[in-house]
Every structure is written in structure tokens, then in C-alpha cells.
Design a binder for this molecule. Structure first.
Ligand SMILES: Nc1ncnc2c1ncn2[C@@H]1O[C@H](COP(=O)(O)OP(=O)(O)OP(=O)(O)O)[C@@H](O)[C@H]1O
Ligand SMILES: [Mg+2]
Length: 251
């Protein structure tokens, strides 16, 4: 088991957003998180990453067999947890190439990005002048998402959370992002040989045409209402909306 969440409850600004969350993700698996707006999906990601505003009031998070509930974000990232954010902040004064240097273990004193990072950027259609810009400052929606994926490719995490990597992205770029998610999650290996695991939030599910997922979970009002086959669950949601998840009784 790579990630195990047991009876987790989380408060944000003294409001309980998540409760009774139980989730197990094995090495090599990709899970999908579905659910209406404001139901706590991003909050779950921030809680796994250990952001200070997200207070665990019950339960625990185990990662690689270690209780990480009280570790800070830096410690969790060093253990191999990565995320592409839904809305990452713009960082004025920090160049994307400098962030990439730090993330790939280069020294900031090195005059050039290493050739491997340059090549990854080129494949994501982010050219060298783009890399000199301040992080996310004035980036288009699609550029933000590709920049997030590029950073993950340089970090090489073992467990990766993708928060709506497809939202606001045109069809061609969704395919490009999906291809790189497949690289990040070892999807080109046979299932038994995959070392990386993922948890992916998507609303429309279009990206799942290109990224195979093993299990989907539906988060409703801060609780997991249902888990099962991603294609079946998405089809049900498309037909009946999320109220069908409550009524279905499958879980
Ligand atoms: N820092 C915060 N302060 C106050 N409320 C917050 C904070 N962060 C999250 N919340 C609230 O927690 C609830 C869950 O938010 P969250 O961002 O996790 O939803 P989501 O499921 O990711 O929604 P979406 O699909 O719209 O991205 C919302 O009501 C939100 O307003
Ligand atoms: Mg969200």
C-alpha cells in the first residue's frame, strides 16, 4: 500500500470540510476523484500535502507505511508526494527556470537548465523564453497546466495528485497533458511493473479517454459516497447527475 487514509476529518478555518475519509491506493494504481464543486476534493489534496491551514481533527494519513499526519509539506514532498495544483499562485520575482532548477536538484548558480529539463519543456511546448518568465504570471490557463506537469516531470514523485489537469485546456493540449501524465504514472509499463501511483480530479472525464484509471471515488459533502469502476460511475453521473450516486446504493 502506498497511501492509506484512515477515518480522516479535516477543518479549514474552523469549518469541517472532510469527514470519515477512508482511501487506499496501492503502488501502480491510478484513482480518480469525482464530485460536485465545493465538496472538498482540493481540500483532500491539500490535506495529503500537509498545508498548514488544513487541520486534521481526526484520523491519519499513512504513506509508504509511515504516519505522515504531522509532517510538514516539505517533509512530505521529500518523501515523494507531488501535486499539480488547480489554481497555483503567480510568484512575482521567481523565474520558472529557477523553480525547475531547484525541483530537479540543480544549483541556482548553474547558468543553464540541464538538457533533460529543456527537452521535457520542449515536449510540453514551453519554449526557452517562456521558461524565463515569472512563475504563472500572465500564463494562459493551458500554460499553467503544462507548467505544473513539467515541474512534476522534473521532481519525479512516487505519488502524484492532479487537480483538474484538464480544466480550461484545449483538446490537443489535453492529449499532450495526458501523454505526460501517463509517463509520470509509468503507464507505459505493464500494470504489475508500475511503481508510480496517482489520484486525479476531473469534472468532465475527457482526460480519462487517454489516461486509464483503476478506481473512481465520488466525494459528496466531504465524504466518499461511492467507489468503483471509473467508466461506469462517470456514465451514471452523466445520465443522472450526482444525486444518482446517493440513490444508487451500490456502495
Ligand atoms: N482556505 C479556506 N477558507 C475557507 N473555506 C475554504 C478554504 N478552503 C476550502 N474552503 C471551503 O471548503 C469547501 C471545499 O472546497 P474545495 O476547494 O476542497 O472544493 P472542490 O471539491 O475542490 O471544488 P471545485 O470542484 O469547485 O474545485 C468549499 O466550501 C470551500 O469554500
Ligand atoms: Mg477543487
Amino acid at each position: 500500500m502506498l497511501l492509506e487514509i484512515i477515518d480522516l476529518a479535516v477543518e479549514v478555518n474552523e469549518k469541517e470540510v472532510l469527514s470519515n475519509i477512508n482511501l487506499k491506493i496501492r503502488q501502480g494504481e491510478t484513482h480518480v476523484l469525482l464530485g460536485p464543486n465545493g465538496t472538498g476534493k482540493s481540500t483532500l489534496f491539500m490535506s495529503i500535502l500537509g498545508f498548514p491551514n488544513y487541520k486534521v481533527t481526526n484520523g491519519k494519513i499513512l504513506y509508504k507505511g509511515q504516519d505522515i499526519t504531522n509532517l510538514n509539506t516539505t517533509e512530505r514532498v521529500k518523501l515523494g508526494i507531488g501535486v499539480s495544483f488547480q489554481n497555483p499562485p503567480a510568484i512575482r520575482g521567481v523565474k520558472l527556470e529557477d523553480l525547475l532548477k531547484v525541483e530537479s536538484g540543480q544549483s541556482l548558480d548553474e547558468p543553464e537548465l540541464n538538457p533533460e529539463t529543456k527537452e521535457l519543456a520542449r515536449k510540453l511546448k514551453l519554449n526557452e523564453s517562456f521558461l524565463e518568465r515569472n512563475v504563472n504570471l500572465g500564463f494562459s490557463g493551458g500554460e499553467v497546466k503544462r507548467s505544473e506537469i513539467l515541474q512534476l516531470l522534473t521532481q519525479k514523485p512516487d505519488f502524484i495528485m492532479f487537480d483538474e489537469p484538464d480544466s480550461g485546456v484545449d483538446i490537443e493540449n489535453v492529449e499532450l497533458i495526458a501523454e505526460n501524465i501517463n509517463i509520470l504514472l509509468d503507464k507505459f509499463e505493464k500494470p504489475g511493473l508500475r511503481k508510480k501511483s496517482g489520484l486525479l480530479i476531473t469534472h468532465l472525464g475527457y482526460i480519462l479517454n487517454f489516461v486509464n484509471a483503476d478506481i473512481a471515488h465520488v466525494l459528496m459533502d466531504g465524504r466518499i459516497a461511492c467507489s468503483g469502476n471509473p467508466t461506469e460511475i462517470l456514465e451514471d453521473i452523466r445520465k443522472e447527475g450526482f444525486k444518482g450516486c446517493i440513490e444508487c446504493g451500490r456502495c
